[in-house]
Design a protein around this ligand. Sequence first.
Ligand SMILES: NC(=O)c1ccc[n+]([C@@H]2O[C@H](COP(=O)([O-])OP(=O)(O)OC[C@H]3O[C@@H](n4cnc5c(N)ncnc54)[C@H](O)[C@@H]3O)[C@@H](O)[C@H]2O)c1
Length: 347
Amino acid sequence: MNILITGGAGMIGSHCAEYYAADGKNKVVVYDNLMRSKIFLSGKKSVEYNWRYLHRYKNIVFIKNDIRDSKAVDNCFRRYRPDLVIHAAGQSGVRFSLDNPLDDLSINTVGTVNVLDALRRHNPGGAFIYCSTNKVYGEHVNKVQLVEKKTRYNFRKLQGIPETQTVDHTGHTPYGISKLAGDLYVQDYAHTYGMKTGIFRMSCIYGTRQFGFEDQGWIAWFTACYLLGKRITIYGDGKQVRDVLWVDDLVRAYDAFFKSALKYGVFNMGGGNRQTLSLLELLGILEEITGRKVKVSFKDWRKLDQKVYISDITLARKVLKWKPTIAPREGVGLLARWMKDNKKLFQ
Ligand SMILES: NC(=O)c1ccc[n+]([C@@H]2O[C@H](COP(=O)([O-])OP(=O)(O)OC[C@H]3O[C@@H](n4cnc5c(N)ncnc54)[C@H](O)[C@@H]3O)[C@@H](O)[C@H]2O)c1
């Protein structure tokens, strides 16, 4: 099979690429322009590592290009006619989207339609998986009643946000909107053109080969701060809660959709209500794992931040026959070990 992973140098994309390349049977095409480093101003120290890492697989082909370049995308599809596309390329920073809404729109929405339509033209029988986000629900999530505990907020009654949560009449941030527009296009290509499309609305995915920044990838960012003894700034009181999912568990969910007879699906995806962490709780775990304390300062809440986001993963559990397997404490330990072994990448 031919499998195209856009954003294949990113954290999620590189794990998808490795998963499908590992047994040597598939041809995997990794398409990425390595712009994560520019988006987060990290100066050449992030996804370039993943790009090099994947070169150990002889059955991976590399295309360094922009998903907005329709000619390059078209050439790629003409040549490889992928049976599966995992569209993980995107700009994932809320801060970046607030400062650069047009770039955000062109990467996340126009870039998505570029890739999606190329599949329609070149192999409409192929499957398309879209990395969507919980941010499509915007501030609706903040209307859910909460209870405040010592280290966290919890939903008072709800076990998690279901896929039926409405998406309009609320604030989103440009990032939430550009991803939502992509999400709707991908849904529509199933309805209008009969293509097999799966939309995964993810909250917090974490794992090895993740380069976290203050604006995105908080578990990886906090872990790097502990390893390097850097100060952490928390926006809000630190009791905000996210459900968290180890990246290998996510890739299994994608694969379950691909291999299923389902023609279409929208799934809220994450660790669900049994795998959640507040920022303060993550600090506690990292203190235990690293045996060190770091300085923490608190600033005002970020605009449109969700106080609690927990995915209701009932649908994915049921129809994909899937469940998360790595608990947060274990996952953070795995990530910290990988970062410690590769400390120079973060200095
Ligand atoms: N990681 C999460 O917790 C999370 C949660 C919700 C949604 N998502 C979405 O999942 C996707 C992948 O997330 P990730 O954590 O792997 O992010 P990532 O930043 O590590 O990976 C994205 C990759 O896309 C590439 N890219 C960006 N713009 C591009 C362009 N114009 N052309 C080609 N490549 C481009 C980047 O260089 C990067 O390698 C993103 O679209 C993100 O919005 C991620």
